[in-house]
Design a protein around this ligand. Structure first.
Ligand SMILES: [Zn+2]
Length: 647
């Protein structure tokens, strides 16, 4: 899932377009959802005593009256003979009209968002039961806000968005990510002007009078929140992905006709993205079915299995939701405590897409954008809170950094072997996993003990704030590394040190396991170290001070240059950047011939800062149309961005 708050801006950056800002969601609906969830976020004791095998969801949609009339069949298997009630989640506010247990009508016990079905005496482990529930109502009236009757361009637009706990508002189920049904049928009857997009394969459509029924079958295991419908007079168009084995996967796009021209170009990237992710993660997990997009009315994206719902069409959003087909759909977080296994992975996959497209600069630029320096743990302490689950800083950005750091700790080859091994493990594939299970795969593939790594980054808060200094004594380089964060514990990480010497430049790795540590590095005889760069490629989420002799004369070496806007510009361009600590910035503008046309410098405080340029040179002459390069020199480095002046 990914919420967009800012529209995409077209920029002419040398490297990449910045992905949209994502923030936590906390609208009126989710506030009321929070209250409802107080008592219904985790499995009850009774729910742990059965396994959901199959659901058939049959819906008749009445757009005019905002009503659904439904029948859901649930086939379950008993895991524990002490079960006294089969408990199905179903939001109070819907009307249950009939309940059948193995074809026998029984009384309905329905309260507090749950249907209770008495289990027969003498029930045995392995017994399979079929429950059929008939119901009607407007799911939106239940307060879950997960099934919306809306409109687009004056036409009915009906869609679901059930993550985390909303499936229960429109179909009765064991609504927990830990128990996937092996298979689900979604049968939806709508007025014939509308089309229904859903999970899996469309096996039939049946027209009767002025109504059409769509028969969708999802034959891969699926968790409840990934079951979806999106309904509109869509324009449907097709593309395809050819796997390395020469298998063909249909790509089906359900789009608003008035959006087709805008989104087509980015949608066409999807097949390349599948190829890239298949190469990194293993083959697309639902090859027997399809992949597709269905536009919906929420400003973001949702990775519904085999049919992502999209409220935008940026490359980053398409890549993010696609990556979820592996991480979130094929392997689902076992509970929302572990949502980072979905969102951190999908966010990192965006960076992997930029890396494939633009090389290491694409990767590192995106990761600089994902830096998060706030508190809190990635492990979601309170999984009844949607804002805690979908915390943009923790579950998405910092979690993507955990994978980025893991990659450097274990090495590139091992990291991607870990991902493919995890994705292929029959215990987790088309099932669910916890942080500990992922950690165990990382440890068995890498041969490393990663307990400290996962504890500090997933269950701990904040990040290391390093100070370092160095001096050379003869042929020995002494490097001191300290940590001075006042919150959280100290961190244990291998750290790259780039030694720039009179005769060569190389990376030396030190394993920092103490809060203050001195390392002695033996140099080749006669070699002089001219300069030392701490974690030169930014593989650690951190801040750094260089403190020889206790004097912070190096200033900040953490500086983030953000995308200039508007770009192209005419009257004035704004260049935003982030300072970690107070420091001096030199701001230069060069034309295409490399001539300096404008320069300025000054001291800036920590935090988000901006500089503006009005397209004039030193003398106040208005420059003509062309490409210019912004160069930002900060202590310890320099960053450059391309802008276009249009007159
Ligand atoms: Zn997501």
């Amino acid at each position: 899932m990914k919420k967009i708050y800012l529209p995409s801006i077209i920029i002419l950056s040398l490297l990449i377009a910045q992905p949209e800002l994502e923030k936590q969601i906390l609208c009126g609906n989710s506030k009321s959802l929070l209250r409802i969830l107080e008592s219904s976020s985790t499995l009850t004791v009774e729910q742990q005593k059965y396994d959901a095998l199959f659901y058939r969801i049959n819906l008749d949609i009445d757009p005019d009256n905002h009503l659904i009339t439904g029948t859901t069949l649930a086939r379950i298997c008993i895991l524990d003979s002490t079960i006294s009630f089969i408990e199905l989640d179903f939001a109070s506010g819907m009307v249950v009209t009939e309940l059948l247990l193995n074809d026998t009508s029984i009384a309905v016990h329905y309260s507090n968002n749950m249907i209770l079905i008495p289990a027969a005496n003498g029930i045995q482990i392995g017994d399979t039961l079929e429950i059929i529930i008939s119901y009607n109502g407007n799911p939106a009236s239940t307060g879950f806000g997960s099934f919306i009757f809306g409109s687009h361009d004056n036409q009915d637009l009906i869609w679901s968005l059930s993550e985390p706990y909303g499936a229960r508002s429109w179909w009765p189920c064991k609504d927990d990510p830990s128990d996937k049904a092996d298979s689900v049928d979604i049968i939806v009857r709508v007025p014939s002007n509308l089309k229904v997009a859903s999970n899996g394969n469309l096996v039939d459509t049946l027209v009767l009078g002025d109504k059409t029924t769509y028969y969708w079958e999802e034959r891969y295991p699926i968790t409840t929140y990934l079951v979806s419908v999106a309904i509109y007079p869509y324009y449907v168009w097709h593309d395809q992905y050819i796997s390395v084995n020469n298998d063909t996967l249909p790509l089906d796009y359900y789009v608003f006709p008035d959006h087709y021209n805008s989104l087509q170009e980015n949608y066409l990237l999807t097949k390349d993205m599948i190829s890239v992710f298949a190469g990194l993660f293993g083959e697309y997990p639902f090859m027997d079915e399809k992949y597709g997009h269905a536009e919906f009315g929420w400003g973001g994206g949702m990775e519904h299995q085999t049919i992502t719902s999209l409220g935008g069409w940026s490359e980053a959003l398409i890549a993010h939701e696609l990556a979820h087909q592996w991480w979130g759909d094929m392997i689902t977080c076992n509970s929302f405590h572990h949502i980072w296994l979905n969102e951190g992975f999908a966010t990192y996959a965006e960076a992997l897409w930029w890396e494939d497209k633009y090389g290491p600069d694409g990767l590192h630029t995106d990761m600089a954008y994902n830096e998060y320096f706030g508190g809190g743990t990635i492990y979601v302490e309170n999984p009844v809170s949607t804002s805690d689950i979908f915390n943009g800083g923790l579950s998405y950005r910092k979690a993507s950094w955990v994978l980025h750091m893991l990659r450097h700790v274990v090495g590139d080859d091992t990291f991607f072997t870990i991902l493919r091994t995890y994705g292929d493990d029959p215990r987790y594939k088309h099932n669910s996993a916890t942080t500990e299970q992922f950690q165990a795969v990382c440890e068995s593939v890498s041969g490393l003990n990663l307990e400290v790594f996962f504890q500090q980054w997933i269950y701990g808060s904040y990040y290391p704030r390093y100070s370092y200094g160095w001096q050379q004594n003869g042929d020995t380089l002494i490097v001191n590394v300290g940590q001075y964060q006042t919150t959280g514990t100290y961190f244990q990480m291998p750290i790259d040190l780039k030694l720039i010497c009179n005769d060569t430049t190389y990376i030396e790795v030190v394993n920092n396991t103490q809060i203050n540590e001195e390392f002695s590095i033996i140099l080749e005889p006669g070699r002089r170290v001219m300069s030392l760069v701490f974690d030169p490629d930014d593989w650690i989420l951190k801040s750094v001070y260089f403190t020889n002799n206790g004097i912070d004369y190096h200033g900040p070496d953490k500086f983030i240059l953000q995308s200039a806007y508007p770009n192209p510009f005419n009257a004035e361009v704004t260049i935003p950047f982030i300072m970690q600590v107070r420091g001096n910035i030199e701001f230069n503008i060069y034309n295409l011939r490399g001539e300096l046309v404008y320069s300025k410098q000054g001291q800036f405080d920590p935090g988000k800062q901006t500089l503006k340029w009005n397209g004039q040179d030193y003398q106040g002459n208005i420059l003509s149309t062309g490409v210019f390069f912004i160069q930002m020199n900060y202590p310890g480095g320099s960053k450059t961005e391309k802008i276009l002046l249009l007159k």
